[in-house]
Design a protein around this ligand. Sequence first.
Ligand code: PNS
Length: 164
Amino acid sequence: MNHIVAICPGSFDPITVGHLDIIRRASHMFSKVIVVVMPNLSKTPSFTPEERMEMIRAATADVEHVEVDYYKGLLADYCRQKHAGAIVKGLRAMSDFEYEFQMALTNKKLNPATETVFLTTSAENMYLSSSMVKQIGSMGGDISSFVPGVIHDKIKNRLLGKDE
Ligand code: PNS
């Protein structure tokens, strides 16, 4: 095993089985994986940062050497603080590519010490996104195969407005 610290950043609003698959696979490749919840200024969140962190902790309880954190500054600065060698992101369809490529190049410019590594998403998660989960869940659809079982009820109730 190498001694590289990897960062898995995202808005995780909420974490899906697709995210969890990437985190799990990254944990086999790097000596430490920090899953960091960050604000995405172009999205309106349904869960607070604390709730998102709590859900990630519950979903990754059985994954070794994973930490969960929150940071509201630049990802490149966070990586510098943590001496991270890699940013790990899942890449789904071509539609992700341009946005992810732009972020990777920008982060590399801001912090040349950290490389962005893309893991190919598993075929069954190709279409999955937190926005899709929120849309389906808020309309009463079945989201049980899209989100980790341990946090399913919390997500479902929030999306249906049953926990307010
Ligand atoms: O899960 P998302 O919403 O696709 O994650 C996007 C995220 C949070 C990783 C991205 O918006 C981000 O890196 N935000 C932190 C601010 C930052 O560093 N912006 C410049 C990146 S090019």
